[in-house]
Every structure is written in structure tokens, then in C-alpha cells.
Design a protein. Structure first.
Length: 274
């Protein structure tokens, strides 16, 4: 398998994994579909901006790999946190850098549990860290932290529709610590352009500077509405188009695992899992 096919197939698979973080949150019992060959090792719990504990994802384990997956914003408190775009010191690495206050606060509340869970797993396994939207920001913070402060020194980061996470110094630090990083973004998705590269709080003079982390994998699509340019199922559909056989095999062998894809041009719905 060449590197392009490997990236495409891993991105499709991890997008489906990210979709399950939303099911985990919305189902009252936290249930979600676990792909064949994987088991649930840990449920990520984090505090929203209201200090309420919520399910924010999970850690999956397979014989050869581990996946840490974070969900995006599924409730108003999380969107409030997204809007809290002032910055604070990212204290988990030696580099002097600043990160989004809201994202960092959510990650900090989950950090000890995540690191403890990873500490009980074999670092000989490949570690993937992934997330969509707000989850992409949390995944980015986690990847840098894990690379610097655990035995998993080479995590592979895949994010979907992630906003900017920190200042230029943080973006530089991320490139240093996380050697394999794919920021999958639709240029027509407004979330990928937030916060702005220069952010100023209302009625205040102080400015905050934001930069995206590398490396960008641009996935352009326009589905006719702001939310449809951002939702995970739209990313899954875009990524799946070049690999229809892989996607069909993945979804049919794991019923309920893949996102429902809305075909905008025909106003129909296709569920690969059926």
C-alpha cells in the first residue's frame, strides 16, 4: 500500500471512530459501536465550561494499536468554551507557548485520566490520536502532551475540522513533538478559520495570535449550508469518494460504525452500515 492510500484509509477509519464519540455522548448509557478487533480501554471524562462532567471520548485498544478519540461540541457549554478564545500558558511542555483558554481547560480536566490509562498500555503499539471540531483541538493538545510526557513519544495525529489551537510558538512546538500530523480541513468550513489569526477581546486592547498546526490536508467540498460544510458525516463522505471499495468493506463488516452520509444532490440518505 502506498502512502497516499494508507493516509486515505486511515483517515476514513478514524473519521468513523470520531463519529462514535458523538454516539457515546448522546446515548444515555454511553454505548457506541466498537469496530471489529478493538476493545474499549477507557472512557474520557472532562469538565465543560459549566464544570459539569461529560463523556468526551474514549481510548480503544487493538493488538497492534491504540486510538484516543475526542468528540466535538455536542452541547451549548462546549460552544461557549469555543468562544472563550483568550489564551493561557500550555504548562505541560518546556516551550513557552500559549493555547486557547477554553480548549485547554477542558483538556486539563481530562488529562490525568488519559495519561494514567495510557500508562497501563504497551508503548510498543502505534498510538493514534484523533478528534473532530472541538475534539480536533483537544486531540492536538493531547498529542503534544503525550509525546512530551509519556512513553508514547511518536503519536500519530489525525484531526477533522479543527479550529486553531494556540499561538505560533505552540504550532512550532507541535511540529517538534508530533512528527506525524494530519489536519484534515474543508476550506469552506468556517470552524477551520476560527479563532482568527489575530483575536481581540471586545473592549480590550490585548491581542492574541493564533496559528494552525501542520500539516494541512485540504478536502474542499460545499454542501449548501454552514453546518453541512462542517459535520463529520460530510468529511467522511468526501474522504470516502476515492476509496469506495475500502469504505464499503469497512462499513458492511462493522454495522452501525460508519456515519450516515446525506447525498445533497439527490436529497437521499445512504447508510453504509446497512
Amino acid at each position: 500500500m502506498n502512502s497516499t492510500n494508507y493516509f486515505q484509509e486511515r483517515a476514513i477509519f478514524l473519521a468513523a471512530v470520531c463519529g462514535q464519540t458523538y454516539d457515546q455522548f448522546t446515548n444515555t448509557d454511553g454505548a457506541f459501536t466498537v469496530p471489529a478487533g478493538y476493545s474499549v480501554h477507557y472512557t474520557i471524562q472532562a469538565k465543560s465550561i459549566t464544570q459539569a462532567w461529560e463523556r468526551f471520548g474514549f481510548i480503544l485498544e487493538a493488538p497492534q494499536e491504540i486510538i484516543v478519540a475526542f468528540r466535538g461540541s455536542s452541547s451549548m457549554p462546549n460552544w461557549i468554551s469555543n468562544a472563550n478564545a483568550s489564551q493561557k500558558q500550555f504548562k505541560y511542555i518546556k516551550e513557552d507557548c500559549l493555547t486557547h483558554r477554553g480548549f485547554t481547560g477542558i483538556y486539563a480536566s481530562a488529562r490525568s485520566g488519559i495519561l494514567s490509562a495510557l500508562d497501563s498500555l504497551s508503548s510498543d503499539k502505534t498510538l493514534y490520536i484523533t478528534g473532530h471540531s472541538l475534539g480536533g483541538a483537544l486531540a492536538t493538545l493531547c498529542a503534544v502532551d503525550v509525546a512530551a510526557n509519556s512513553s508514547f513519544t511518536a503519536p500519530r495525529l489525525y484531526t477533522f475540522a479543527s479550529p486553531r489551537v494556540g499561538d505560533p510558538a505552540f504550532a512550532k512546538a507541535c511540529a517538534k513533538y508530533v512528527q506525524t500530523s494530519h489536519r484534515i480541513a474543508n476550506p469552506f468550513d468556517i470552524v477551520t478559520h476560527a479563532p482568527p489569526s489575530i483575536y481581540k477581546l471586545p473592549r480590550r486592547e490585548k491581542r492574541y495570535y493564533y496559528s494552525h498546526v501542520q500539516s494541512l490536508s485540504s478536502q474542499p467540498f460545499q454542501n449548501g449550508a454552514i453546518n453541512l460544510n462542517h459535520i463529520l458525516s460530510s468529511y467522511f463522505a468526501k474522504l470516502s469518494k476515492p476509496e469506495p471499495e475500502f469504505t464499503e468493506a469497512l462499513c458492511t463488516s462493522n454495522p452501525g460504525f460508519c456515519p450516515i452520509v446525506a447525498e445533497q444532490t439527490h436529497n437521499s440518505r445512504e447508510l453504509y452500515a446497512e
